[in-house]
Design a protein around this ligand. Structure first.
Ligand code: 5AD
Ligand code: FES
Length: 364
């Protein structure tokens, strides 16, 4: 079931500036979230397993052209250790994320997935870029449950500009998402808000597309300029969009989250790290109060964490998994919510778990 809202209405909300009207939007999104997916906040432990990348995305600090970045790839045992930690903290899911790193082979990762599935009860989510069909199939066969691949923007011209293809392989993320679904994955996607050259109308289209696609998870974060990238270094090679440029501000991200909740009431929507990065004090809490129901605590070993610099000044870069876990419990409790137990897939009802409250908190 989704709330009927056409693209013009979505666009109207994206442009809304009246604080009273916006309160109404937050209220409707929060009510819909509570009615459809409950008060539980599902935790997905994020492990950034490699920062190698073969692509040249114009927005991303991991792009192959960034020669100032020290590259790493975690060992299988290190990944297993992080998964054990996720289990210890009671998270239902571990997310293995990397750049598009072909040093991560189908066989090696399939073995890692098999080990996690046999040694833990965790759901395994992969977020490894536009990998080949046979690789995606091999990982699914090894037991991977979910795959995340954001389409970033539904504006095809803008996407092609910021995401150059490799060789002559045309890149169609919507088709890959369909394929993932056929392989039996639960599928997540999402967008960045405020990409240079992105219009209000195109974000309205993105949200309309979320309604049409059968997505289990929808991640929405602000575009954050990275100085070692074309988009972050002020290079102006994008078409001027004449006052139609959508800002990469916090408020715009909340609007996109709230509208996404209204058009996809039962989706899993994370309060993203990028949102926490532009409002370290309470960006995540506000995201959770304006439609989101998922949180992705970082379990990457500290020695690698600062190297996974997709964008600068990332939130939670110096806290250990333990500290983050404690902090999260406090944050979630502070807004009257509880922590979900189990894998938290879209098709299950949320269950309530006792909160193990933590001692430390990462940000004031
Ligand atoms: N700012 C914000 N988000 C970014 N991502 C990549 N680069 C940036 C950036 N500069 C997001 C993309 C990608 C996800 C893993 O991180 O949406 O899909
Ligand atoms: Fe490859 Fe960002 S350019 S992960």
């Amino acid at each position: 079931m989704s709330i009927k809202m056409d693209q013009a209405q979505i666009l109207g909300w994206l442009r809304e500036a009246n604080p009273d009207r916006l309160q109404e939007l937050w209220r409707r999104a929060d009510e819909t979230r509570r009615a459809q997916v409950g008060d539980a906040v599902h935790l997905r432990g994020l492990v950034e397993i490699s920062n190698f990348c073969s692509r040249q995305c114009a927005y991303c600090g991991l792009r192959i052209g960034n020669s100032n970045l020290t590259r790493y790839r975690m060992e299988a045992d290190e990944i297993l250790e992080a998964a054990q930690q996720a289990m210890k903290f009671g998270y239902g899911t571990v997310v293995l994320q990397a750049g598009e790193d072909y040093g991560i082979t189908a066989r090696w990762l399939a073995e890692v997935v098999r080990r996690i599935k046999s040694e833990t009860p965790l759901a395994v989510t992969l977020s490894l870029g536009e990998r080949l069909d046979k690789e995606l199939a091999a990982w699914r066969a090894a037991g991977a449950d979910r795959y995340l691949l954001r389409f970033e923007t539904s504006d095809r011209n803008l996407f092609d500009e910021i995401h150059p293809p490799t060789g002559n392989r045309k890149c169609d993320r919507i088709a890959i998402l369909r394929r993932l679904r056929d392989l039996g994955y639960e599928v997540g996607s999402g967008i960045m808000v405020g990409i240079p050259g992105q219009t209000y109308a195109s974000v309205a289209k993105d949200i309309a597309l979320f309604r049409e696609m059968d997505l289990d998870m929808i991640g929405i974060g602000p575009f954050i300029p990275h100085p070692a990238t074309p988009l972050g270094s002020g290079m102006q090679f994008f078409p001027s969009v004449n006052g139609e440029q959508v800002p990469n501000h916090e408020l715009m991200v909340y609007k996109a989250i709230a509208l996404t909740r209204l058009v996809r009431p039962d989706a899993n929507i994370p309060a993203t790290t990028a949102l926490a990065t532009i409002n370290k004090k309470n960006g995540r809490e506000l995201g959770l109060q304006r439609g989101a129901n998922v949180f992705m605590p970082n379990l990457t070993p500290l020695k690698y964490r600062r190297l996974y610099e997709i964008y600068p000044n990332k939130a939670c870069i110096t806290e250990t998994g333990d500290a983050c876990n404690g902090c999260l419990g406090l944050r979630i409790h502070s807004i009257g919510r509880n922590i979900g137990s189990g894998p938290g897939g879209r098709r299950e009802r949320p269950a309530v778990a006792e909160l193990e409250s933590g001692k430390e908190c990462c940000h004031a």
